[in-house]
Design a protein around this ligand. Structure first.
Ligand code: CU
Length: 180
């Protein structure tokens, strides 16, 4: 397993754009990639999920959205934005045609090492801006087949759970650009 992870370092060292020197991050990221290498769920599973998508959904106000540009050979990157919910919502995930695997991530100090890990959800209290940014919570795109480059626009479909338990979606078109 360790050897397997180490062999992936070259591919994932730029994961999320963090410096290779942050070995804790890189290793955590490699672990995430190893998990991501599991066979992808059939496309049909997305269609069978209990998702209700109103025509003109505007559940959250999205500001300052960007996706970190990728370099050749890189297969993962991060998406960042500020979300302000119109009612109490929980971000439970997202999808994109650009990435085989998508996860909600957070960076956390573990002793004196910054690590990245997947989180199941992110609470979005009504009227309160929740900021996803480098060094904190972010949207992780993995298994990206063609490196995303500056100038591209990527559609992300946010999956949001309402207080009544129903899940809704909202599409967000996010530009690929350097950190604002
Ligand atoms: Cu991440």
């Amino acid at each position: 397993m360790t050897v397997n992870l180490l062999s992936k370092l070259a591919a994932v060292r730029a994961c999320c754009g963090w410096q290779p020197g942050w070995c804790g991050v890189v290793l955590a990221c490699a672990a995430a990639q190893a998990l991501a290498a599991e066979p992808a769920a059939p496309a049909a599973s997305a269609a069978s999920a209990p998702v209700v998508a109103p025509a003109a959904s505007n559940w959250v106000k999205v500001e300052g959205a960007w996706i970190r540009p990728m370099v050749p050979g890189q297969t993962a990157t991060g998406g960042y934005m500020s979300l302000t919910a119109s009612q109490p919502l929980t971000l439970v995930g997202f999808k994109s045609a650009a990435a085989r695997t998508t996860e909600l991530h957070e960076m956390k100090m573990d002793g004196d090492v910054m690590r990245m890990r997947a989180i199941p959800s992110l609470a979005l209290p009504a009227g309160q801006a929740v900021v996803m940014q480098p060094g904190g919570q972010h949207l992780m795109l993995m298994g990206v087949t063609a490196p995303l480059q500056v100038g591209a626009d990527v559609t992300l479909t946010l999956k949001l759970r309402k207080a009544d338990g129903k899940t809704v979606t909202q599409d967000v078109v996010v530009p690929v650009r350097p950190r604002p």
